[in-house]
Design a protein around this ligand. Structure first.
Ligand code: COA
Length: 156
């Protein structure tokens, strides 16, 4: 499995998996042209959204996206996980775990204070998956503290 930050050559495959994941949540994806432009901007670092991809056997198996958001609570930035998605055929083999781990190391490297994601918590398996990665419920969020900085030192 290869997990890495998205590159320009991933743009079409990412647009395709985004259409798939938006549909899986019962919503309608953005129009194709807008989505393509948005993905290209994210990959170029122009939209504030970081994209990480997982490939297996040359196929895009999954994706995680994260945006840095400013918060007064910690007087800093947290990482908001917008999408975490693994294609059904690739589930149960550690792809989701590897994508979350990549988002966590990226958050550490960028000095973010924590990661947050929103979920209704209705699926106990999904909840234990996130808890396994260090997330804990906090109000409407699942929150995972980022305890180390880019050099591996514990954050004060
Ligand atoms: C959640 C998701 C990303 C996990 O990806 P994955 O590659 O299957 O995850 P891993 O292989 O790393 O971990 C598998 C674990 O996730 C658990 N899991 C999480 N969500 C699950 C679900 N909805 N159904 C079944 N198992 C699930 C499994 O129980 C398994 O636990 P185990 O290792 O103890 O057996 C994937 O199921 C997915 O894309 N789901 C649809 C989108 C979604 O719900 N995203 C999360 C939004 S917050």
């Amino acid at each position: 499995m290869e997990v890495r930050e998205a590159a320009p050559s991933d743009a079409s495959a990412i647009a395709e998996i985004v259409r798939e994941l938006v549909g899986a949540f019962g919503e309608r994806p953005a129009p194709a042209e807008r989505l393509q432009a948005f993905v290209a901007a994210a990959i170029d670092g122009r939209s504030g959204l970081s994209l990480f991809v997982a490939y297996q056997g040359g196929v895009l198996a999954g994706l995680v996206s994260m945006a840095a958001v400013a918060t007064t609570r910690d007087a800093g930035l947290f990482g908001y996980i917008d999408d975490l998605y693994v294609r059904p055929a690739f589930r149960g083999h550690g792809v989701g775990k590897a994508l979350l781990a990549k988002a966590i190391t990226s958050a550490e490297a960028r000095g973010l204070c924590e990661l947050r994601l929103a979920t209704d918590g209705a699926d106990p398996k999904l909840l234990s998956f996130h808890e396994g990665a260090g997330f804990r419920r906090s109000g409407a969020w699942l929150v995972r503290p980022v305890v180390r900085d880019w050099s591996g030192r514990r954050r004060p």
